[in-house]
Ligand binder design. Structure first.
Ligand SMILES: NC(=O)c1ccc[n+]([C@@H]2O[C@H](COP(=O)([O-])OP(=O)(O)OC[C@H]3O[C@@H](n4cnc5c(N)ncnc54)[C@H](OP(=O)(O)O)[C@@H]3O)[C@@H](O)[C@H]2O)c1
Length: 268
């Protein structure tokens, strides 16, 4: 894909991986950005940072993807008078803890943000992306947590497994339209997600296996540009992904649980 002078929508652009992908797209590819998230102040700051520095356009679009109707409203706002070429569906939330301690309301929000909004936005954007002269692409941000069940991020890992399965199936179905679907599945990244979820009790920037967000973003944008179908960034992560394929799943589940148990909040 060639992003120069074209519009790329990035959900979750207010922090972490999404923010860094927007920076890479503007700085290294000269892309115009549709920056999506709930926190308007962060998106305005991103616009003020990128637009003058790289001569690109940045349009903040405020949306709460956990709410019904928001994907449709976002799609209409994004394509109003614009030809969108790339769609990166990156916004996501996790829950770290015992699965049964996640409230039903919190779970529904996670499901809508991580799963339903991706399905809905993929459906809405595909027609738009295939109607243009040069077909565009969609990138769905999953996680290595989607490659194998993951105790203490149990529901989150299940949402990310959905994203891998859905993205790969959709890529096949769309192969004749020219619209590519890339699934990006990173391991740990040093972002706000670690703080918000409590994972930072055990994992922090600089730890082995925790990638810097800007490094991860560059690899993500590169995988998207090359229209890769499934991409796990980093040699160590790819080695782990291979181990997940060849070692007995029960063994891998127990190993992952062991890594997390030390960082869990003590149960009341
Ligand atoms: N960090 C990791 O270790 C890791 C590992 C593998 C995969 N991932 C995946 O990478 C993606 C980005 O995560 P991150 O690590 O960069 O986390 P982050 O720093 O917490 O960023 C999450 C982004 O999603 C947005 N978001 C959350 N809920 C939203 C909602 N209801 N509506 C709209 N936007 C919403 C947030 O913006 P607002 O709060 O402003 O709305 C924020 O911009 C996620 O899909 C995550 O699952 C992360």
């Amino acid at each position: 894909m060639n992003f120069r002078g074209r519009w790329v929508l990035v959900t979750g652009a207010s922090s972490g991986l999404g923010l860094e992908m927007a920076r890479v797209l503007a700085r290294e590819h000269g892309a115009n950005i549709l920056a999506v998230a709930r926190r308007e102040d962060r998106l305005l700051a991103l616009r003020d940072e990128l637009a003058p520095k790289y001569g690109v356009q940045v349009v903040p679009l405020i949306a709460d993807l956990s709410q019904p109707g928001e994907p449709q409203r976002l799609f209409e706002a994004a394509v109003a008078g614009r030809d969108v070429y790339g769609v990166i569906l990156n916004a996501g939330v996790t829950f770290f803890g015992h699965a049964l301690e996640q409230s039903p309301e919190d779970f529904q929000k996670m499901l809508a943000t991580n799963v339903s909004s991706l399905v809905e936005l993929s459906r809405l954007f595909t027609g738009h992306l295939s109607a243009r002269g040069t077909p565009g692409g969609i990138m769905l941000v999953s996680s290595m947590a989607g490659l194998s069940p993951l105790p203490y991020q149990t529901a989150y890992a299940a949402t990310k497994a959905f994203v891998i399965s859905y993205g790969r199936g959709l890529a096949f179905e769309l192969r004749k339209t020219g619209v590519s679907v890339t699934v990006f599945a990173p391991g740990g990244i040093a972002t706000e997600m670690l703080e918000l979820s409590g994972l930072s009790r055990g994992f922090k920037a600089g730890d082995l296996g925790i990638m810097a967000a800007d490094t991860c973003a560059r690899l993500a944008v590169d995988a998207f540009a090359r229209r890769r179908e499934l991409y796990v960034p980093g040699a160590l992560n790819r080695f782990l992904a291979l181990a997940m394929k060849v070692l007995p799943q029960g063994f891998m589940i127990a190993r992952s649980a062991g890594v997390y148990e030390g960082s869990l909040k003590p149960r009341p």
